[in-house]
Ligand binder design. Structure first.
Ligand code: ADP
Length: 225
């Protein structure tokens, strides 16, 4: 199984990046009237930017796109295309990361055409410059080599998806059908190079059992279904 380049992001790092992002917005001399968070990844950064920039108008658009962690599955589209009256307003569109840029492009086009603000600018914490189709107006890190940012708000979801990938691929390739908890944790750390902590592994295994993807054989053994 190919290893995935991951970075485990802490809450403190997120706060620091958003503080820096807010400083960049301020330094540009441009003041947004309203912040729009791209759901779901943009929620926390958008809320922090509202705090640092003292903005009280915060709304959201949800773009559906990604399926299993770190894999593209479908074309980006707006999930709930509602209408807002924003004529004359300056909008700061916020997401956690600009990777392909597809979600941001779709959200920006939708807001421009449907909500008709005076201007939209984009802010993200990370910008993966070699793959992104657009460059955010404000960003903190330019990322030159693709990496999966394991943000704290997708920690359980990513852990579930990563473990599922490990157990299904290992079953296909090596015929391995039974795992103990420590085997799962060690394989996770080896393939993803991060440690999300005991609580997340336990919750992720429970979720995979609930979904019928793993079956408990005894206290510490699980069978892949
Ligand atoms: P965009 O590049 O416009 O943000 P994508 O469609 O490439 O949109 O990604 C959609 C969402 O998936 C991102 O907003 C982010 O929440 C998540 N995502 C994408 N790439 C990464 C990555 N490299 N690390 C962590 N999360 C990511």
């Amino acid at each position: 199984m190919a290893k995935v380049n991951c970075k485990l992001v802490s809450w403190d790092e997120v706060v620091g990046w958003c503080r820096e992002l807010a400083l960049k917005v301020k330094a540009s001399g441009w003041r947004p009237d309203l912040v729009v968070a791209i759901a779901r990844g943009g929620y926390v950064p958008a809320r922090l930017l509202c705090d640092f920039l003292d903005i009280h108008d915060l709304v959201s658009v949800q773009v559906l796109h990604w399926g299993r962690a770190a894999e593209i599955t479908a074309k980006a589209h707006i999930k709930h295309p509602y209408t807002l009256e924003l004529s004359g307003k300056r909008v700061l569109l916020v997401d956690d990361i600009c990777d392909t840029g597809d979600s941001i492009i779709v959200a920006k086009e939708f807001i421009m055409n449907r909500w008709k603000p005076a201007e939209i600018r984009v802010a993200t914490m990370q910008w993966i410059s070699p793959v992104a189709k657009i460059k955010p107006d404000y960003y903190v890190d330019e990322v030159k080599e693709w990496i999966w940012y394991q943000y704290p708000w997708t920690r359980l979801e990513d852990t579930v998806n990563f473990i599922e990938k490990i157990i299904t691929e290992t079953k296909e390739k090596e015929g391995k059908c039974e795992w103990c908890k420590d085997d799962i944790i060690n394989a996770f750390k080896e393939y993803y190079g991060i440690d999300v902590g005991e609580h997340y592994y336990v919750l992720a295994i429970e979720k995979l059992i609930e979904e019928g993807k793993l079956e408990r054989v005894n206290e510490d053994r699980y069978r892949v279904r």
